[in-house]
Design a protein around this ligand. Structure first.
Ligand code: PRP
Ligand code: URA
Length: 208
C-alpha cells in the first residue's frame, strides 16, 4: 500500500483518546492538532535542506534549514482546518490554500464549493490535510484540482484512512504518498470508517 502509517506508542495513545466517543470538543481539537504535527514530521522527512551560516553564543557554524517557501499546506474544509494549528506550530511560514468540499450523504460523492490556493502553488510541494480518508472521493477531487494547477509533488496527510480510500488514491495517483496515523479496518454501509472516530468535522466543531 502506498500509505505510511505512523507506528508509535504516543500516536496510538492519542488515537485511543480521539476515537473515544466520550472525548469532548476541546480535547478532540487538541489531539487532531497534535497528530497533525506528528504527521507533518514524518511527511517532511525528505525535505530539501539549505546550507546556512549562524552564530551560536559560542562560535559561528554552518548548518542547514528548510526553505519553507517550497511548501504549501491545503486543508480540505471543514475538518482539514482542524489540522492547521498543528502544522503551523512547526512550519510557521507555510502558505495555506483551501479546498471546500462536502460529501453527499447518499451518494458519498463530494461537491466542491471553494478553491483558493497560493498563486505560485505550481512551484511548491503540497501537503493536503484531511483527518479522514474514507472512500477517497474527496482526496481524488482535491488531488486533481491541484494537478490542474500544475502541482507536481503532492502528499496526503490523514489521521485515519480506510483501505478503500488508500486503494482509490493509489490506483489513480500512485505518485501521491499518503501519511496516516492509522489504517483502519473498512468502511460501513454509510461510508464511515470502521472503527474510525465518527464524523471528524462534527467532532472538531461541535456541530452534532
Ligand atoms: C469528511 C472528511 C473528508 C471526507 C472523507 O468530510 O473530512 O473530507 O468526509 O470522505 P471520502 O474519502 O469518502 O470522500 P465531510 O464531507 O463530512 O465534510 P466536513 O469536513 O464539512 O464535515
Ligand atoms: N468522514 C468522516 O468525518 N468520518 C468518516 O468516518 C468518513 C468520512
Amino acid at each position: 500500500m502506498n500509505a505510511i502509517e505512523l507506528k508509535h506508542p504516543l500516536v496510538e495513545h492519542k488515537l485511543a483518546i480521539l476515537r473515544d466517543k466520550k472525548t469532548g470538543t476541546k480535547e478532540f481539537r487538541e489531539i487532531v492538532s497534535e497528530l497533525a504535527t506528528m504527521l507533518c514530521y514524518e511527511a517532511m522527512k525528505d525535505a530539501k535542506m539549505e546550507e546556512v551560516e549562524i552564530e551560536t553564543p559560542i562560535q559561528k557554524m554552518k548548518t542547514r534549514k528548510i526553505n519553507e517557501d517550497n511548501y504549501a499546506f491545503v486543508p480540505i474544509l471543514r475538518a482539514g482546518t482542524g489540522m492547521l494549528d498543528g502544522i503551523i506550530s512547526v512550519v510557521p511560514n507555510a502558505k495555506i490554500g483551501h479546498i471546500g468540499m462536502y460529501r453527499n450523504e447518499e451518494t458519498f460523492k463530494p461537491t466542491v464549493y471553494f478553491f483558493k490556493v497560493p498563486k505560485d502553488i505550481d512551484k511548491r510541494e503540497v501537503l493536503i490535510l484531511d483527518p479522514m480518508l474514507a472512500t477517497g472521493g474527496s482526496a481524488l477531487d482535491a488531488i486533481e484540482l491541484l494537478k490542474e494547477k500544475g502541482v507536481e509533488k503532492i502528499k496526503f496527510l490523514s489521521i485515519i484512512a480506510a483501505p478503500e480510500g488508500i486503494k482509490a488514491v493509489e490506483e489513480k495517483h500512485p505518485d501521491v504518498q499518503i501519511y496516516t496515523a492509522s489504517i483502519d479496518e473498512k468502511l460501513n454501509e454509510k461510508a464511515y470508517i470502521v472503527p474510525g472516530l465518527g464524523d471528524a468535522g462534527d467532532r472538531i466543531f461541535g456541530t452534532k
